[in-house]
Design a protein around this ligand. Structure first.
Ligand SMILES: *Cc1c(COP(=O)(O)O)cnc(C)c1O
Length: 351
């Protein structure tokens, strides 16, 4: 029987994940048979997880961070909503979370699972409109969410203004930097713990961080926030657990540390510069061909290619995706090179 093989990355322009860094791949393999969900037994990987959180703190501007390596941005966002809901459990029985309408769909899962109302505010120019968000805030608001690197356009919400609004409302401020978090340190954006009164933050090593899947990250400004998640664990040596999953991937944890060891900070900076230059080049090429282009603010380009044109590109093996509004969307991940984009544009011209 033929061995199954994964896809090549040479025509993948739609993914928010990428090829793991060689060191991350090697570390993932080494730690396959470990479970950070049982830190009393698997001490080495538990120590690595503390290192991962330390490093994620350095990247997001937080010394002495609390947090853990999640299965991805979805789990981190669910847990952040859970922190906010549990923290306010004495003051409201009908909690709500206020977010811009472009929040990732994981917040819909969180709302449904946790019995929290998700209120989404209209945006202006693909960015959160803080006034519109303020209109949705009331006494039952437990958290406000800003996105630092939106999934569809790669735009960054005004995080300091959202944090101010949260503080005024007595609610938590959560930043979703699942995708953007490893690009943003090299930009002028204000998005992290050191820019605003952010309480919790999602940042995924398995996206731009170049770790193996599954490796997401949830960070909290202080340990007491994470304590809101603690559940007693009678049969483990450790006495409580804050994670959503029980048994977890030690491969994800080890590969996250290995990737950050190899790349933070100069490797990630070079990657950001290369990816951003590629995105700007592609935006120029599309613009010169008469397309309306959105961005790039981070290395993600959206443009109004026609549906048949996008279909033809897919026919030619290109993996491209669409925004909710129908634009074609190209995510300039680390595996996306200039020469890939040149042949992509050549295929566009052929059409
Ligand atoms: C990808 C993404 C998520 C979800 O992360 P998963 O790792 O796919 O669970 C959440 N928020 C944003 C902004 C994302 O880009």
């Amino acid at each position: 029987m033929q061995r199954a093989a994964p896809q090549d990355f040479d025509r993948v322009l739609s993914s928010m994940c990428t090829e793991p860094h060689p060191a991350a791949r090697e570390a993932a393999e080494r730690f396959l048979a470990t479970n950070p969900g049982d830190p009393g037994t698997y001490e080495q990987v538990a120590e690595l997880e503390r290192e991962a959180v330390e490093r994620l703190g350095a990247i997001t501007g937080l010394s002495d961070p609390a947090g853990y390596v999640t299965s991805g941005g979805t789990e981190a966002n669910i847990q952040a909503v859970r922190v906010a809901r549990n923290r306010a459990s004495d003051s409201t029985e009908d909690p709500n979370v206020v977010a811009p309408e472009h929040v990732h769909f994981s917040f819909r899962k969180a709302a449904e699972l946790l019995g929290v109302e998700l209120r989404t505010a209209p945006t202006t120019g693909h960015r959160a409109d803080v006034d519109a968000m303020a209109e949705l805030v009331d006494d039952d608001t437990v958290a406000l969410v800003g996105v630092a690197g939106t999934t569809e356009y790669g735009f960054v919400d005004p995080i300091p203004a959202i944090a101010d609004l949260a503080a005024d409302a007595g609610a938590l401020c959560h930043v979703d930097a699942a995708w953007g978090g490893f690009y943003l340190p090299f930009t002028d954006h204000e998005w992290g713990f050191d820019h605003a009164a952010v309480d919790t933050l999602t940042i995924d090593p398995h996206k731009v961080g170049q770790a193996a899947v599954p490796a997401g990250g949830l960070l909290a400004r202080s340990a007491d926030l994470l304590d809101e998640l603690a559940i007693d664990t009678p049969y483990l040596e450790s006495t409580s657990q804050v994670t959503l999953t029980g048994t977890r991937s030690g491969a994800g944890v080890a590969s996250a540390v290995a990737a950050m060891d190899a790349l933070w900070s100069e490797g990630y900076r070079e990657q950001y510069e290369r990816s951003m230059a590629n995105a700007e080049w592609l935006a120029d090429q599309l613009d010169a061909r008469g397309h309306d282009v959105v961005g790039p603010e981070l290395p993600l380009v959206a443009a109004d290619l026609s549906v048949p044109m996008t279909a033809e590109l897919r026919e030619r093996g290109w993996r491209v995706s669409k925004t909710g509004a129908g634009e074609m969307r190209v995510v300039c991940m680390p595996h996306v090179t200039r020469s890939m984009l040149r042949s992509f544009v050549a295929d566009l011209d052929w059409y």
